[in-house]
Design a protein around this ligand. Sequence first.
Ligand code: 3HC
Length: 311
Amino acid sequence: TTEAYEAAFDAAVAADERIEPRDWMPEAYRATLIRQMAQHAHSEIIGMQPEANWITRAPSLRRKAILMAKVQDEAGHGLYLYSAAETLGVSRDELLDKLHTGRQKYSSIFNYPTLTWADVGAIGWLVDGAAITNQVPLCRCSYGPYARAMVRVCKEESFHQRQGYELLLALSKGTPAQHAMAQDAVDRWWWPSLMMFGPPDDASAHSAQSMAWKIKRHSNDELRQRFVDICVPQAESLGLSLPDPDLRWNEERGHHDFGTIDWSELTEVIKGNGPCNEQRLGQRRRAHEEGAWVREAAAAHAAKRRTAQHT
Ligand code: 3HC
């Protein structure tokens, strides 16, 4: 009976066991995982665009090679996450169609432009740093395929964060113009990086249920606070300041207090009114159309092989 299945599901989640694709699960659990995993995958794929903008403009072969490796990793993370989402009974085509028609989202952070080379460092240090803070707890997510995908992703994300930090350090310690370029990038990427963690807890539609199902292990505000606490000492060792005059250590709380986030900005960017939304989705749709022949050729080849095997 459904009651028995529900009881078994609830007991497994309570016991911190993994739910696997063939296990019974509430339809709402399946739906929220498809939503989150698909949008996570979309974020990885769209996230390639801002960085790729600098592959042909990297200042040295070393920086170019590192950036190419990072962008390739993001593509791999996206494919990994689409495969994990497919275990829930959806097809990649369906998910991509939802992205292309605005029925599924991708992270707001990728709707900002990469104006200088220092942005590549700020993205690595802040955006990938925020991604790690968000993704490490997801390694303990109740849904097996998602949790396992996160273990691999987090290892590669750490390289992304380190290379970004090192890039910024080189600029910060460079000429005054280089230092100013690094500071300008941090000033532009700091607040949008804090918005990656989602709306405040009291405005989060999914947090309560996602935490009850152990998909989300910490609330949006908890992870945001954790990220701020990690970044303050790192900014000090970078010799760069964070653009928040209210940022200060609070001995009582054991955390850094920080200024208020402009939530209307996040709402606008999510609605599609960010600086680069049109450009990002337009480029994604074009890439999908231009890549149709590759998908058709691969499908034809696979069909030919299947026929050959059966003759
Ligand atoms: N950008 C876009 N949409 C956002 C958002 C953001 N920064 N923050 C929240 N939202 C959306 C949510 O998707 C949800 O909308 P939906 O119902 O249409 O999906 C709505 O705003 C309400 O937010 P909630 O907090 O209620 O939603 P969640 O419980 O899903 O929490 C989340 C949001 C913390 C992003 C969670 O979905 C999550 O942890 N996702 C997995 C991680 C992820 O997707 N990270 C995105 C960046 S990936 C990345 O950085 C790659 C790296 O390699 C650079």
